[in-house]
Design a protein around this ligand. Sequence first.
Ligand code: URA
Length: 253
Amino acid sequence: MPENSDREELAILATSLRRHLERRQRVGIRTLAKGTPLEVKPALAGKDNLLGGTVDDLFAENSAALQTQSLEELRAAIGDCRRCKLCSGRTNLVFGVGNPHAALMFVGEGPGRDEDLQGEPFVGRAGQLLTDIITKGMGLKREDVYIANVVKCRPPENRNPEPDEVAACEPFLKKQIDLIRPKIIVGLGKFAVQTLLQSKAPITKLRGNWRSYHGIKLMPTFHPAYLLRNPADKKLVWEDIKKVIKEMRGENG
Ligand code: URA
Protein backbone atom coordinates (compact mmCIF):
# COMPACT_ATOMS: atom_id res chain seq x y z
CA MET A 1 0.00 0.00 0.00
CA PRO A 2 1.39 3.44 -0.84
CA GLU A 3 1.96 5.86 2.08
CA ASN A 4 -0.47 8.81 2.47
CA SER A 5 1.97 11.25 0.87
CA ASP A 6 2.49 8.88 -2.08
CA ARG A 7 -1.25 8.57 -2.47
CA GLU A 8 -1.62 12.36 -2.48
CA GLU A 9 1.11 12.72 -5.06
CA LEU A 10 -0.50 10.00 -7.20
CA ALA A 11 -3.89 11.73 -6.92
CA ILE A 12 -2.50 15.07 -8.00
CA LEU A 13 -0.59 13.50 -10.88
CA ALA A 14 -3.71 11.65 -11.97
CA THR A 15 -5.71 14.89 -11.97
CA SER A 16 -2.96 16.63 -13.90
CA LEU A 17 -2.80 13.78 -16.40
CA ARG A 18 -6.56 13.79 -16.95
CA ARG A 19 -6.67 17.56 -17.54
CA HIS A 20 -3.72 17.37 -19.86
CA LEU A 21 -5.24 14.52 -21.88
CA GLU A 22 -8.54 16.38 -22.13
CA ARG A 23 -6.79 19.44 -23.55
CA ARG A 24 -4.86 17.33 -26.03
CA GLN A 25 -8.02 15.48 -27.03
CA ARG A 26 -9.74 18.79 -27.73
CA VAL A 27 -7.13 19.52 -30.40
CA GLY A 28 -7.26 16.04 -31.89
CA ILE A 29 -4.30 14.35 -30.15
CA ARG A 30 -5.26 10.86 -29.04
CA THR A 31 -1.97 9.12 -28.34
CA LEU A 32 0.80 9.74 -25.89
CA ALA A 33 4.31 8.26 -25.87
CA LYS A 34 6.89 8.87 -23.19
CA GLY A 35 9.59 11.25 -24.35
CA THR A 36 8.07 11.67 -27.81
CA PRO A 37 7.39 15.25 -28.90
CA LEU A 38 3.73 15.55 -29.76
CA GLU A 39 2.61 17.02 -33.02
CA VAL A 40 0.19 19.87 -32.70
CA LYS A 41 -2.00 21.23 -35.48
CA PRO A 42 0.02 24.23 -36.73
CA ALA A 43 -2.93 26.56 -36.30
CA LEU A 44 -3.05 25.75 -32.58
CA ALA A 45 0.65 25.55 -31.77
CA GLY A 46 1.69 28.13 -29.22
CA LYS A 47 -1.89 28.96 -28.18
CA ASP A 48 -1.62 26.92 -25.00
CA ASN A 49 1.81 26.19 -23.61
CA LEU A 50 0.66 22.74 -22.48
CA LEU A 51 0.07 21.67 -26.06
CA GLY A 52 3.73 21.35 -26.95
CA GLY A 53 6.47 19.25 -25.34
CA THR A 54 6.41 15.64 -24.25
CA VAL A 55 4.60 13.40 -21.81
CA ASP A 56 7.22 14.31 -19.22
CA ASP A 57 5.70 17.81 -19.10
CA LEU A 58 2.63 16.28 -17.47
CA PHE A 59 4.50 15.82 -14.25
CA ALA A 60 6.41 19.09 -14.20
CA GLU A 61 3.46 21.38 -13.38
CA ASN A 62 2.61 19.92 -9.96
CA SER A 63 6.03 18.77 -8.90
CA ALA A 64 7.22 22.38 -9.39
CA ALA A 65 4.60 23.54 -6.86
CA LEU A 66 5.54 20.84 -4.40
CA GLN A 67 9.23 21.69 -4.58
CA THR A 68 8.87 25.38 -3.78
CA GLN A 69 10.77 26.89 -0.86
CA SER A 70 8.44 29.68 0.28
CA LEU A 71 4.74 30.48 0.45
CA GLU A 72 5.18 33.15 -2.25
CA GLU A 73 6.80 30.62 -4.57
CA LEU A 74 4.08 28.09 -3.81
CA ARG A 75 1.34 30.64 -4.55
CA ALA A 76 3.05 31.55 -7.81
CA ALA A 77 3.41 27.88 -8.78
CA ILE A 78 -0.28 27.21 -8.15
CA GLY A 79 -0.98 30.05 -10.58
CA ASP A 80 -4.39 30.53 -12.19
CA CYS A 81 -5.30 27.03 -11.04
CA ARG A 82 -7.44 24.81 -13.29
CA ARG A 83 -6.65 21.56 -11.49
CA CYS A 84 -10.27 20.87 -10.48
CA LYS A 85 -13.78 21.92 -11.42
CA LEU A 86 -14.06 24.51 -8.61
CA CYS A 87 -12.03 26.90 -10.77
CA SER A 88 -15.03 27.57 -13.01
CA GLY A 89 -17.10 29.18 -10.22
CA ARG A 90 -14.50 31.11 -8.29
CA THR A 91 -13.86 34.84 -8.21
CA ASN A 92 -10.54 34.55 -6.35
CA LEU A 93 -8.36 31.65 -5.35
CA VAL A 94 -8.06 31.93 -1.55
CA PHE A 95 -4.54 30.78 -0.80
CA GLY A 96 -4.10 31.65 2.89
CA VAL A 97 -3.10 34.57 5.06
CA GLY A 98 -0.88 35.37 8.01
CA ASN A 99 2.58 34.92 9.41
CA PRO A 100 4.66 32.57 7.25
CA HIS A 101 6.53 31.53 10.42
CA ALA A 102 3.45 31.21 12.63
CA ALA A 103 3.57 28.85 15.61
CA LEU A 104 -0.18 28.48 15.31
CA MET A 105 -2.14 27.64 12.18
CA PHE A 106 -5.89 27.37 11.68
CA VAL A 107 -7.28 25.15 8.93
CA GLY A 108 -10.85 25.45 7.68
CA GLU A 109 -12.82 23.76 4.94
CA GLY A 110 -12.96 26.11 1.97
CA PRO A 111 -13.81 29.70 1.09
CA GLY A 112 -17.39 30.96 1.36
CA ARG A 113 -18.93 33.86 -0.56
CA ASP A 114 -17.12 36.66 1.29
CA GLU A 115 -13.79 34.87 1.12
CA ASP A 116 -14.25 34.19 -2.60
CA LEU A 117 -14.96 37.88 -3.20
CA GLN A 118 -12.10 39.18 -1.04
CA GLY A 119 -9.51 36.47 -1.72
CA GLU A 120 -8.85 36.00 2.01
CA PRO A 121 -9.91 33.14 4.31
CA PHE A 122 -12.36 33.63 7.17
CA VAL A 123 -13.49 37.20 6.52
CA GLY A 124 -17.28 36.65 6.65
CA ARG A 125 -19.45 36.13 9.74
CA ALA A 126 -17.75 32.87 10.69
CA GLY A 127 -14.45 34.62 10.06
CA GLN A 128 -15.35 37.40 12.49
CA LEU A 129 -15.97 34.77 15.14
CA LEU A 130 -12.62 33.14 14.38
CA THR A 131 -10.97 36.57 14.59
CA ASP A 132 -12.59 37.07 18.01
CA ILE A 133 -11.26 33.69 19.16
CA ILE A 134 -7.76 34.69 18.04
CA THR A 135 -7.79 38.26 19.35
CA LYS A 136 -10.16 38.34 22.34
CA GLY A 137 -9.73 34.68 23.34
CA MET A 138 -6.05 34.12 22.73
CA GLY A 139 -4.70 37.67 22.93
CA LEU A 140 -3.07 37.34 19.51
CA LYS A 141 -3.47 39.24 16.26
CA ARG A 142 -4.70 37.64 13.04
CA GLU A 143 -1.31 38.51 11.55
CA ASP A 144 0.44 36.40 14.25
CA VAL A 145 -1.16 33.15 13.08
CA TYR A 146 -1.63 31.53 9.67
CA ILE A 147 -5.10 30.75 8.31
CA ALA A 148 -5.78 28.43 5.38
CA ASN A 149 -8.38 26.04 4.03
CA VAL A 150 -8.37 22.50 2.68
CA VAL A 151 -9.62 23.73 -0.72
CA LYS A 152 -8.65 27.11 -2.08
CA CYS A 153 -11.69 27.79 -4.26
CA ARG A 154 -15.30 28.23 -3.20
CA PRO A 155 -17.52 25.17 -3.66
CA PRO A 156 -20.85 26.16 -5.28
CA GLU A 157 -23.58 26.97 -2.74
CA ASN A 158 -20.99 26.29 -0.02
CA ARG A 159 -21.42 22.52 -0.46
CA ASN A 160 -18.70 20.24 0.94
CA PRO A 161 -15.70 19.87 -1.34
CA GLU A 162 -15.84 16.63 -3.35
CA PRO A 163 -13.12 13.95 -3.16
CA ASP A 164 -11.51 14.87 -6.52
CA GLU A 165 -11.41 18.55 -5.46
CA VAL A 166 -9.74 17.64 -2.16
CA ALA A 167 -7.31 15.33 -3.99
CA ALA A 168 -6.32 18.16 -6.32
CA CYS A 169 -5.93 20.81 -3.62
CA GLU A 170 -4.89 19.12 -0.37
CA PRO A 171 -1.26 18.67 -1.44
CA PHE A 172 -1.00 22.47 -1.47
CA LEU A 173 -2.30 22.68 2.09
CA LYS A 174 0.20 20.03 3.05
CA LYS A 175 2.95 22.01 1.39
CA GLN A 176 1.82 25.19 3.20
CA ILE A 177 2.05 23.35 6.51
CA ASP A 178 5.43 21.98 5.53
CA LEU A 179 6.74 25.47 4.72
CA ILE A 180 5.26 27.14 7.83
CA ARG A 181 6.06 24.27 10.22
CA PRO A 182 3.67 25.49 12.92
CA LYS A 183 3.93 24.09 16.43
CA ILE A 184 0.16 23.65 16.60
CA ILE A 185 -2.65 23.30 14.08
CA VAL A 186 -6.24 23.98 15.06
CA GLY A 187 -8.56 22.03 12.75
CA LEU A 188 -11.84 23.88 12.31
CA GLY A 189 -14.84 21.62 11.89
CA LYS A 190 -15.63 18.12 10.76
CA PHE A 191 -14.51 18.46 7.16
CA ALA A 192 -11.06 19.94 7.81
CA VAL A 193 -10.35 17.66 10.75
CA GLN A 194 -11.50 14.48 9.00
CA THR A 195 -9.45 15.42 5.94
CA LEU A 196 -6.31 16.20 7.93
CA LEU A 197 -6.59 13.06 10.05
CA GLN A 198 -7.92 10.81 7.28
CA SER A 199 -10.60 9.83 9.78
CA LYS A 200 -14.33 9.30 9.57
CA ALA A 201 -14.86 9.81 13.31
CA PRO A 202 -17.45 12.48 14.17
CA ILE A 203 -16.15 15.90 15.19
CA THR A 204 -18.05 15.54 18.48
CA LYS A 205 -15.70 12.64 19.31
CA LEU A 206 -12.53 14.21 17.89
CA ARG A 207 -12.79 17.71 19.32
CA GLY A 208 -10.86 18.61 22.41
CA ASN A 209 -8.32 15.79 22.11
CA TRP A 210 -4.78 16.32 20.89
CA ARG A 211 -3.92 14.46 17.70
CA SER A 212 -0.86 14.42 15.48
CA TYR A 213 -0.67 15.63 11.91
CA HIS A 214 2.66 14.32 10.59
CA GLY A 215 4.25 15.06 13.97
CA ILE A 216 2.56 18.46 14.47
CA LYS A 217 0.11 18.78 17.37
CA LEU A 218 -3.42 19.09 16.03
CA MET A 219 -6.38 20.28 18.11
CA PRO A 220 -9.72 19.49 16.47
CA THR A 221 -12.55 21.84 17.35
CA PHE A 222 -15.92 22.98 16.04
CA HIS A 223 -16.13 25.22 12.98
CA PRO A 224 -17.02 28.87 13.72
CA ALA A 225 -19.96 28.62 11.28
CA TYR A 226 -21.32 25.76 13.42
CA LEU A 227 -20.96 28.00 16.48
CA LEU A 228 -23.03 30.70 14.80
CA ARG A 229 -25.84 28.14 14.58
CA ASN A 230 -25.12 26.55 17.97
CA PRO A 231 -23.81 29.31 20.26
CA ALA A 232 -24.22 27.09 23.33
CA ASP A 233 -21.22 25.06 22.11
CA LYS A 234 -18.91 28.09 22.24
CA LYS A 235 -17.93 27.01 25.73
CA LEU A 236 -16.60 23.70 24.33
CA VAL A 237 -14.48 25.55 21.79
CA TRP A 238 -13.18 27.77 24.55
CA GLU A 239 -12.09 24.63 26.45
CA ASP A 240 -10.23 23.44 23.32
CA ILE A 241 -8.65 26.85 22.81
CA LYS A 242 -7.52 26.97 26.44
CA LYS A 243 -5.63 23.71 25.83
CA VAL A 244 -3.99 25.32 22.80
CA ILE A 245 -3.00 28.40 24.80
CA LYS A 246 -1.48 26.19 27.51
CA GLU A 247 0.44 24.17 24.95
CA MET A 248 1.78 27.32 23.31
CA ARG A 249 2.97 28.55 26.70
CA GLY A 250 4.60 25.16 27.32
CA GLU A 251 2.31 24.53 30.29
CA ASN A 252 1.05 21.09 29.27
CA GLY A 253 3.49 19.04 31.23
N1 URA B 1 -15.37 28.65 6.22
C1 URA B 1 -14.21 28.01 5.99
O1 URA B 1 -14.07 26.82 6.24
N2 URA B 1 -13.22 28.74 5.47
C2 URA B 1 -13.31 30.03 5.20
O2 URA B 1 -12.33 30.62 4.73
C3 URA B 1 -14.54 30.66 5.46
C4 URA B 1 -15.56 29.96 5.97
